[in-house]
Ligand binder design. Structure first.
Ligand code: CS2
Length: 311
């Protein structure tokens, strides 16, 4: 955050918040942060301004987290990549755990969501500003995948998330962690053969140009957190903290509306761009990886997992 000790002028805000996003300008997260900036500027009479950098132009996801921790930039979106800082973050994208948005809201608003938010501040120095719901993650590829046996060493790009490595290894693929902004070119050049993401991001990143099949694996239901550095947040005077947190709630509501609107058409858009949708044997996928995922959890996380399954 740039902090100006001199009097704020029209051109220079007291607080300039730089935001690194992995999505491009068409995605709901980008639009939500732009909206956040607009309402903050208006409600603080220009004391807070937000700059939003799309497509990992400012930083890739892991780098963005580190730069926020180092107080160089201020905001980003992140989810289970935070498992690299604290283990409970794994539950926001654990394969075959949540079925739908009802489960998701129950987790976010229950003890697990509370624990995640505490750990996020204490262990990673990030403050969650709400959450953005996402659609299920599906596998895209250039040959149809109906059953785990079809994977047969397929090179699948995954985000830098430990449980995703466990999942795709157990299923018989070759998981390759990679920053999001490198995926398109790597698919084009053939250094990776597949990737997995929700419809919205597949569409946003133009993957239909380089991937023919959308295999409906639905292996992960998830959300991401829009986050801000805790240090940076603590630097706000009390009046700005209040305005900031209220505006963050409005950003979440705005994003959710955009998300639901986009979900209505996104599948048709992907089909129109030439993608073929493939029904998969979801049970076979789940059965083949469940034990490996469970075994990869620490004893504490196993306890939480069992509780969540029982609910
Ligand atoms: C994205 C991320 O990189 C990706 O594939 O879908 O949002 C991913 O879910 C995150 O790395 C989670 O932290």
């Amino acid at each position: 955050m740039s902090f100006n000790s001199c009097k704020p002028s029209e051109a220079e805000p007291e607080f300039l918040l730089r935001t690194a996003l992995l999505v491009n300008e068409e995605h709901t997260w980008y639009k939500a942060f732009v909206y956040f900036g607009e309402i903050l500027e208006e409600r603080t009479k220009g004391r807070i301004k937000v700059e939003v950098y799309p497509s990992e132009q400012l930083a890739k996801e892991v780098e963005a987290i580190r730069l926020i921790q180092a107080d160089v930039i201020d905001m980003t979106t992140t989810g289970s990549t935070l498992t690299n800082w604290f283990e409970v973050a794994t539950f926001c994208e654990l394969p075959f755990l949540m079925q739908d948005s009802t489960d998701m809201n129950r987790y976010i608003n229950g003890p697990i969501g509370k624990l995640m938010e505490e750990e996020m501040i204490n262990k990673s120095g990030l403050r969650p500003l709400g959450h953005f719901e996402r659609g299920p993650r599906h596998l895209t590829s250039n040959r149809p995948i109906r059953h785990p046996d079809d994977l047969d060493g397929l090179i699948v790009r995954i985000p830098n998330v430990p449980s995703f490595v466990t999942l795709w290894k157990a299923l018989g693929a070759k998981p390759t962690p990679m920053a999001f902004s490198e995926v398109f070119t790597s698919l084009q050049q053939g250094t990776i053969e597949a990737q997995e993401n929700p419809f919205a991001l597949v569409n946003n990143a133009g993957f239909a140009e380089v991937q023919k099949y959308l295999n409906l694996t639905g292996h992960v239901m998830s959300w991401v957190y829009p986050v801000m550095g805790e240090k940076q947040f603590e630097r706000f005077p009390p009046d700005l903290k209040k305005i900031f947190l209220e505006a963050a709630k409005d950003m979440q509501a705005y994003e959710h509306h955009l998300f639901l609107e986009n979900e209505k058409n996104v599948q048709e858009e992907l089909k129109a761009k030439g993608m073929e949708f493939i029904e998969v044997d979801k049970d076979a996928f789940q059965q083949k990886c469940e034990e490996a995922i469970y075994n990869s959890l620490s004893p504490d996380m196993k306890k939480i997992y069992n509780q969540l399954k029982e609910e």
